[in-house]
Design a binder for this molecule. Structure first.
Ligand SMILES: Nc1ncnc2c1ncn2[C@@H]1O[C@H](COP(=O)(O)OP(=O)(O)OP(=O)(O)O)[C@@H](O)[C@H]1O
Ligand SMILES: [Mg+2]
Length: 263
Protein backbone atom coordinates (compact mmCIF):
# COMPACT_ATOMS: atom_id res chain seq x y z
CA UNK A 1 0.00 0.00 0.00
CA UNK A 2 1.32 3.38 -0.92
CA UNK A 3 1.24 6.13 1.66
CA UNK A 4 -0.47 9.48 1.70
CA UNK A 5 0.79 11.85 -0.98
CA UNK A 6 3.49 9.34 -1.98
CA UNK A 7 2.76 9.22 -5.69
CA UNK A 8 -0.58 7.45 -5.49
CA UNK A 9 -2.24 7.18 -8.86
CA UNK A 10 -3.85 10.48 -9.79
CA UNK A 11 -2.54 12.25 -6.71
CA UNK A 12 -0.56 15.42 -7.31
CA UNK A 13 2.62 15.53 -5.27
CA UNK A 14 2.93 18.03 -2.44
CA UNK A 15 5.29 20.22 -4.46
CA UNK A 16 2.72 20.83 -7.19
CA UNK A 17 1.07 24.19 -7.27
CA UNK A 18 -1.95 25.18 -9.31
CA UNK A 19 0.44 26.46 -11.93
CA UNK A 20 1.95 22.98 -12.47
CA UNK A 21 -1.32 21.25 -13.24
CA UNK A 22 -4.23 22.28 -15.41
CA UNK A 23 -7.30 22.15 -13.13
CA UNK A 24 -9.55 22.09 -16.21
CA UNK A 25 -8.12 18.70 -17.14
CA UNK A 26 -9.84 17.12 -14.15
CA UNK A 27 -13.41 16.84 -12.93
CA UNK A 28 -12.08 17.33 -9.39
CA UNK A 29 -8.62 18.43 -8.32
CA UNK A 30 -7.80 18.72 -4.63
CA UNK A 31 -4.56 20.04 -3.17
CA UNK A 32 -3.86 20.11 0.54
CA UNK A 33 -7.54 20.67 1.38
CA UNK A 34 -7.98 21.15 5.12
CA UNK A 35 -10.87 22.00 7.41
CA UNK A 36 -10.58 22.62 11.11
CA UNK A 37 -13.41 23.14 13.60
CA UNK A 38 -11.70 24.89 16.51
CA UNK A 39 -8.82 22.64 17.57
CA UNK A 40 -10.22 19.63 15.73
CA UNK A 41 -9.01 18.87 12.20
CA UNK A 42 -11.83 17.13 10.31
CA UNK A 43 -10.10 17.13 6.89
CA UNK A 44 -6.33 17.09 7.06
CA UNK A 45 -4.51 18.17 3.90
CA UNK A 46 -6.04 15.83 1.35
CA UNK A 47 -4.77 15.81 -2.27
CA UNK A 48 -6.04 13.84 -5.25
CA UNK A 49 -7.63 14.18 -8.65
CA UNK A 50 -10.67 12.65 -10.31
CA UNK A 51 -10.79 12.12 -14.07
CA UNK A 52 -13.70 13.36 -16.13
CA UNK A 53 -16.36 10.65 -16.50
CA UNK A 54 -14.87 8.56 -13.69
CA UNK A 55 -16.89 6.83 -10.95
CA UNK A 56 -14.84 7.69 -7.87
CA UNK A 57 -15.61 6.06 -4.52
CA UNK A 58 -14.84 8.25 -1.51
CA UNK A 59 -14.67 5.80 1.39
CA UNK A 60 -13.90 6.07 5.08
CA UNK A 61 -15.25 5.15 8.49
CA UNK A 62 -17.90 7.25 10.29
CA UNK A 63 -16.41 10.63 11.14
CA UNK A 64 -13.44 10.26 8.76
CA UNK A 65 -14.24 13.62 7.14
CA UNK A 66 -16.01 12.62 3.90
CA UNK A 67 -19.07 14.86 4.21
CA UNK A 68 -16.92 17.78 5.35
CA UNK A 69 -14.71 17.35 2.27
CA UNK A 70 -17.72 17.09 -0.06
CA UNK A 71 -19.27 20.23 1.42
CA UNK A 72 -16.04 22.09 0.63
CA UNK A 73 -16.00 20.71 -2.92
CA UNK A 74 -19.60 21.88 -3.42
CA UNK A 75 -18.75 25.39 -2.26
CA UNK A 76 -20.92 25.04 0.86
CA UNK A 77 -18.12 25.20 3.44
CA UNK A 78 -14.95 27.28 3.31
CA UNK A 79 -11.65 25.36 3.55
CA UNK A 80 -9.28 26.38 6.34
CA UNK A 81 -6.33 25.68 4.04
CA UNK A 82 -5.63 24.23 0.61
CA UNK A 83 -7.34 24.51 -2.71
CA UNK A 84 -9.74 22.56 -4.86
CA UNK A 85 -11.14 22.88 -8.37
CA UNK A 86 -14.35 21.34 -9.62
CA UNK A 87 -14.90 21.21 -13.38
CA UNK A 88 -11.89 23.51 -13.62
CA UNK A 89 -13.23 26.24 -11.30
CA UNK A 90 -11.77 27.08 -7.88
CA UNK A 91 -14.19 26.26 -5.06
CA UNK A 92 -13.39 29.29 -2.95
CA UNK A 93 -13.07 31.95 -5.65
CA UNK A 94 -15.93 30.79 -7.91
CA UNK A 95 -18.55 28.95 -5.83
CA UNK A 96 -21.43 30.23 -7.99
CA UNK A 97 -19.85 28.83 -11.16
CA UNK A 98 -19.42 25.50 -9.38
CA UNK A 99 -22.99 25.30 -8.16
CA UNK A 100 -24.28 25.38 -11.73
CA UNK A 101 -21.94 22.57 -12.79
CA UNK A 102 -22.49 20.14 -9.95
CA UNK A 103 -25.28 18.00 -8.61
CA UNK A 104 -25.30 17.24 -4.89
CA UNK A 105 -27.28 14.60 -3.12
CA UNK A 106 -26.65 15.21 0.54
CA UNK A 107 -26.39 12.55 3.22
CA UNK A 108 -29.69 13.76 4.67
CA UNK A 109 -32.77 13.74 2.43
CA UNK A 110 -32.76 17.26 1.02
CA UNK A 111 -36.16 17.54 -0.66
CA UNK A 112 -39.52 18.66 0.67
CA UNK A 113 -41.62 15.94 2.26
CA UNK A 114 -44.77 18.03 2.03
CA UNK A 115 -44.51 18.52 -1.75
CA UNK A 116 -45.43 15.96 -4.40
CA UNK A 117 -42.77 14.37 -6.61
CA UNK A 118 -43.70 16.71 -9.46
CA UNK A 119 -43.62 19.77 -7.18
CA UNK A 120 -40.16 18.85 -5.92
CA UNK A 121 -38.94 18.55 -9.53
CA UNK A 122 -40.50 21.88 -10.52
CA UNK A 123 -39.14 23.62 -7.43
CA UNK A 124 -35.63 22.25 -8.04
CA UNK A 125 -35.81 23.37 -11.68
CA UNK A 126 -36.72 26.87 -10.49
CA UNK A 127 -33.70 26.98 -8.18
CA UNK A 128 -31.42 26.08 -11.08
CA UNK A 129 -33.03 28.70 -13.30
CA UNK A 130 -34.38 26.21 -15.84
CA UNK A 131 -37.28 27.31 -18.03
CA UNK A 132 -40.69 25.73 -17.55
CA UNK A 133 -40.20 23.86 -20.82
CA UNK A 134 -36.77 22.57 -19.77
CA UNK A 135 -38.19 21.36 -16.45
CA UNK A 136 -41.08 19.59 -18.20
CA UNK A 137 -38.91 17.94 -20.86
CA UNK A 138 -36.00 16.89 -18.69
CA UNK A 139 -38.21 16.19 -15.66
CA UNK A 140 -40.54 13.88 -17.64
CA UNK A 141 -37.57 12.03 -19.08
CA UNK A 142 -35.99 11.54 -15.66
CA UNK A 143 -39.21 10.56 -13.87
CA UNK A 144 -39.85 7.97 -16.56
CA UNK A 145 -36.33 6.55 -16.31
CA UNK A 146 -36.42 6.58 -12.50
CA UNK A 147 -39.71 4.66 -12.46
CA UNK A 148 -41.49 7.57 -10.73
CA UNK A 149 -43.76 8.83 -13.50
CA UNK A 150 -46.89 7.05 -12.23
CA UNK A 151 -46.31 8.47 -8.73
CA UNK A 152 -45.69 12.11 -9.65
CA UNK A 153 -48.80 13.36 -7.82
CA UNK A 154 -47.89 11.45 -4.65
CA UNK A 155 -46.77 13.36 -1.60
CA UNK A 156 -43.06 12.74 -1.07
CA UNK A 157 -43.59 11.88 2.62
CA UNK A 158 -45.70 8.88 1.56
CA UNK A 159 -42.96 7.29 -0.57
CA UNK A 160 -40.75 4.35 0.41
CA UNK A 161 -37.10 5.33 1.05
CA UNK A 162 -35.89 3.80 -2.24
CA UNK A 163 -38.31 6.03 -4.18
CA UNK A 164 -37.25 9.10 -2.22
CA UNK A 165 -33.62 8.42 -3.04
CA UNK A 166 -34.37 8.00 -6.74
CA UNK A 167 -36.28 11.31 -6.62
CA UNK A 168 -33.33 12.98 -4.89
CA UNK A 169 -31.03 11.65 -7.62
CA UNK A 170 -33.39 12.93 -10.31
CA UNK A 171 -33.49 16.39 -8.75
CA UNK A 172 -29.68 16.40 -8.40
CA UNK A 173 -29.22 15.82 -12.14
CA UNK A 174 -32.17 17.87 -13.43
CA UNK A 175 -29.82 20.62 -14.69
CA UNK A 176 -27.45 18.06 -16.32
CA UNK A 177 -24.42 18.70 -14.08
CA UNK A 178 -20.99 17.57 -15.21
CA UNK A 179 -19.94 16.40 -11.71
CA UNK A 180 -22.36 14.60 -9.39
CA UNK A 181 -21.61 14.36 -5.65
CA UNK A 182 -23.53 11.57 -3.92
CA UNK A 183 -23.09 11.36 -0.15
CA UNK A 184 -24.23 7.89 0.94
CA UNK A 185 -27.03 7.86 -1.62
CA UNK A 186 -28.15 4.31 -0.86
CA UNK A 187 -27.98 4.34 2.96
CA UNK A 188 -30.77 2.21 4.41
CA UNK A 189 -32.28 0.89 1.17
CA UNK A 190 -32.59 -2.79 0.29
CA UNK A 191 -30.10 -4.63 -1.98
CA UNK A 192 -32.41 -4.65 -5.01
CA UNK A 193 -33.09 -0.91 -4.75
CA UNK A 194 -29.33 -0.32 -4.32
CA UNK A 195 -28.63 -2.35 -7.45
CA UNK A 196 -31.22 -0.37 -9.44
CA UNK A 197 -29.76 2.87 -8.11
CA UNK A 198 -26.31 1.83 -9.34
CA UNK A 199 -27.71 1.02 -12.80
CA UNK A 200 -28.76 4.68 -12.91
CA UNK A 201 -25.32 5.81 -11.75
CA UNK A 202 -23.69 3.78 -14.52
CA UNK A 203 -26.05 5.31 -17.08
CA UNK A 204 -25.12 8.81 -15.93
CA UNK A 205 -21.40 7.95 -16.06
CA UNK A 206 -21.83 6.47 -19.56
CA UNK A 207 -23.35 9.81 -20.55
CA UNK A 208 -20.15 11.56 -19.40
CA UNK A 209 -21.12 12.65 -15.86
CA UNK A 210 -18.37 12.33 -13.28
CA UNK A 211 -19.60 10.50 -10.18
CA UNK A 212 -18.07 11.24 -6.77
CA UNK A 213 -19.77 8.90 -4.32
CA UNK A 214 -19.43 7.95 -0.67
CA UNK A 215 -20.71 4.63 0.59
CA UNK A 216 -20.32 2.24 3.49
CA UNK A 217 -21.34 -0.70 1.26
CA UNK A 218 -18.26 -2.46 0.00
CA UNK A 219 -20.10 -4.16 -2.88
CA UNK A 220 -20.69 -0.62 -4.16
CA UNK A 221 -16.99 0.19 -3.76
CA UNK A 222 -16.35 -2.60 -6.28
CA UNK A 223 -18.48 -0.72 -8.82
CA UNK A 224 -16.12 2.29 -8.73
CA UNK A 225 -13.21 2.74 -11.13
CA UNK A 226 -11.05 4.02 -8.26
CA UNK A 227 -11.65 4.46 -4.57
CA UNK A 228 -9.94 6.48 -1.87
CA UNK A 229 -10.06 5.51 1.79
CA UNK A 230 -10.02 8.24 4.45
CA UNK A 231 -8.87 7.75 8.03
CA UNK A 232 -9.01 10.60 10.55
CA UNK A 233 -9.22 13.30 7.89
CA UNK A 234 -6.47 11.89 5.65
CA UNK A 235 -6.59 9.93 2.41
CA UNK A 236 -4.47 6.86 3.22
CA UNK A 237 -5.19 4.74 0.15
CA UNK A 238 -6.25 5.49 -3.41
CA UNK A 239 -6.38 3.13 -6.39
CA UNK A 240 -8.64 0.80 -8.34
CA UNK A 241 -10.40 -1.89 -6.27
CA UNK A 242 -8.37 -4.57 -8.09
CA UNK A 243 -5.06 -2.88 -7.32
CA UNK A 244 -5.98 -2.18 -3.70
CA UNK A 245 -6.76 -5.88 -3.26
CA UNK A 246 -3.49 -6.80 -4.92
CA UNK A 247 -1.49 -4.39 -2.75
CA UNK A 248 -3.04 -5.55 0.52
CA UNK A 249 -3.40 -9.24 -0.37
CA UNK A 250 -7.09 -8.97 0.58
CA UNK A 251 -9.71 -10.92 -1.32
CA UNK A 252 -12.53 -8.39 -1.07
CA UNK A 253 -12.96 -4.63 -0.69
CA UNK A 254 -14.45 -5.37 2.72
CA UNK A 255 -11.09 -6.86 3.79
CA UNK A 256 -9.14 -4.03 2.12
CA UNK A 257 -11.22 -1.52 4.08
CA UNK A 258 -10.81 -3.36 7.38
CA UNK A 259 -7.05 -3.62 6.88
CA UNK A 260 -6.56 0.01 5.87
CA UNK A 261 -8.88 1.53 8.46
CA UNK A 262 -7.80 -0.82 11.23
CA UNK A 263 -4.14 -0.03 10.87
N1 LIG B 1 -19.73 21.90 11.95
C1 LIG B 1 -18.94 21.09 12.66
N2 LIG B 1 -18.44 21.47 13.86
C2 LIG B 1 -17.65 20.66 14.58
N3 LIG B 1 -17.27 19.42 14.18
C3 LIG B 1 -17.74 18.98 13.00
C4 LIG B 1 -18.60 19.78 12.19
N4 LIG B 1 -18.90 19.07 11.06
C5 LIG B 1 -18.27 17.89 11.19
N5 LIG B 1 -17.57 17.83 12.34
C6 LIG B 1 -16.76 16.71 12.81
O1 LIG B 1 -15.83 16.39 11.78
C7 LIG B 1 -15.63 14.99 11.73
C8 LIG B 1 -15.89 14.50 10.34
O2 LIG B 1 -17.29 14.55 10.09
P1 LIG B 1 -17.91 14.15 8.69
O3 LIG B 1 -19.37 14.35 8.81
O4 LIG B 1 -17.20 14.86 7.61
O5 LIG B 1 -17.56 12.59 8.62
P2 LIG B 1 -18.02 11.50 7.57
O6 LIG B 1 -16.79 10.84 7.06
O7 LIG B 1 -18.94 12.09 6.58
O8 LIG B 1 -18.80 10.45 8.51
P3 LIG B 1 -20.09 9.54 8.22
O9 LIG B 1 -19.59 8.32 7.49
O10 LIG B 1 -20.61 9.21 9.58
O11 LIG B 1 -21.05 10.34 7.42
C9 LIG B 1 -16.55 14.36 12.79
O12 LIG B 1 -15.80 14.12 13.95
C10 LIG B 1 -17.59 15.45 13.02
O13 LIG B 1 -18.11 15.38 14.32
MG1 LIG C 1 -20.88 11.79 6.09
Amino acid sequence: MKGRGAGMEGVPTASMSAGDVAPGKYAVLVQGLTRRFGDFTAVDGISFSVERGEIFGFLGANGAGKTTAIRMLCGLLAPTEGEAWVDGFPVVAAPEKIKRRIGYMSQRFGLYDDLTIQENVSFTGGIYGLSRREVTERGDLLLERLGLKDYRRRLTSSLPLGFKQRLALGCAVLHSPSVLFLDEPTGGVDPLARRQFWDLIYELADGGTTIFVTTHYMDEAEYCRRVSIMVDGRVVALDSPARLKQQTGAGTMQDVFLQVVGR
